[in-house]
Design a protein around this ligand. Sequence first.
Ligand code: S3P
Length: 174
Amino acid sequence: MGNIILTGFMGTGKSSVGKELALRLNYRYIDLDALIVAEAGISINEIFTRDGETAFRAIEARLLSSLKGEENMVLSTGGGAVIAGENRRVLRELGMVINLVAPAEEILLRLRHEHDRPLLNNDKSLERIRALIAHREPFYADADVRIETCGKTVAGIVDEILIWLKRAGARGQA
Ligand code: S3P
């Protein structure tokens, strides 16, 4: 099988689901944000403050593109990685794109004590989260499947993904 890519807004559970999914599939787990931090040698907050969002997006696009050719990998992307059309093209080329979804109210609850999301650090209101989700909705919708995460455990979401992958595989072979 090729790769599995998780997309979704901040706080939709991409990292926790991705790690568990990789374990269950015996795939390698890669977190795009972690690659960025490792390369930059500073935190995402610091990249945004020092170099700005445009610089962050450039590193994000370059490191994503560097993953071409990988196999048997579960990749969690940062919430904004899907905005650039070229990134979405690379994600499609890499494998199955699974979009994790959660309502804005739930995202706020999950992230209310977090301080490592530069796009929400100055304004973590429901309105801000709603506006960002609305703007990105068409990009998140560009996925093979969308999975609602609210009220579900990580294990339950992973089960759902595995069932979907099995069905998608069966369809692919038909
Ligand atoms: C971002 C999401 C973050 C991180 C950066 C920008 C976004 O990743 O890439 O802060 O634009 O939504 P997570 O979705 O893993 O929080």
